[in-house]
Ligand binder design. Structure first.
Ligand SMILES: [Fe+2]
Ligand SMILES: [Fe+2]
Length: 155
């Protein structure tokens, strides 16, 4: 069972960020599923988690690129968001050895679930504020397209 199933409620209103969060949660869920049941952690759990780490880094880089274009009055918020990305990456990387140490699934699953609850909260919380700022600064405009989606306009 996946702790986080992607749903519209997790959307924050930026098409690419939402799409990437969905992908990231999907990869975490794939790892979680491989930790269910009995026996040793399968080798592909670490492979999937490594893909998650690489994608998480590029996701954070994309957001940081968006933030660099914001007016200087947001400098403190931007640096705190970037600092949180650093912390998030650090915590996420710390989980990898758990998946490669030939431990039993049961040992890893509970710890992994607890860690991803806090990772996911950190992943999405700051981003809601970022989207608010992008809208306020007209770096993003909401353009309903019939499906309730917004569309990105780079300025
Ligand atoms: Fe994000
Ligand atoms: Fe972020």
């Amino acid at each position: 069972m996946r702790t986080f199933q992607w749903s519209h409620e997790l959307k924050i209103g930026h098409p690419r960020i939402d799409e990437e969060h969905q992908l990231l949660l999907g990869l975490i869920g794939d790892v979680e599923e491989r930790l269910e049941g009995v026996g040793a952690v399968p080798a592909d759990a670490a492979e999937i988690y490594q893909r998650f780490l690489i994608f998480l880094r590029s996701h954070c880089d994309f957001e940081e690129q968006l933030m660099r274009d914001l007016p200087s009055r947001y400098v403190q918020r931007v640096s705190s968001h970037c600092r949180n990305h650093g912390q998030l990456m650090h915590e996420a990387r710390a989980l990898l050895p758990l998946l490669t140490a030939q431990t039993s699934k049961a040992e890893v699953l509970e710890y992994f679930r607890r860690a991803i609850i806090s990772l996911t909260r950190d992943l999405i919380m700051d981003d809601s504020e970022l989207v608010g700022i992008l809208l306020r600064e007209h770096h993003l405009v909401l353009m309903p397209d019939g499906g309730g989606e917004s569309e990105l306009r780079l300025s």
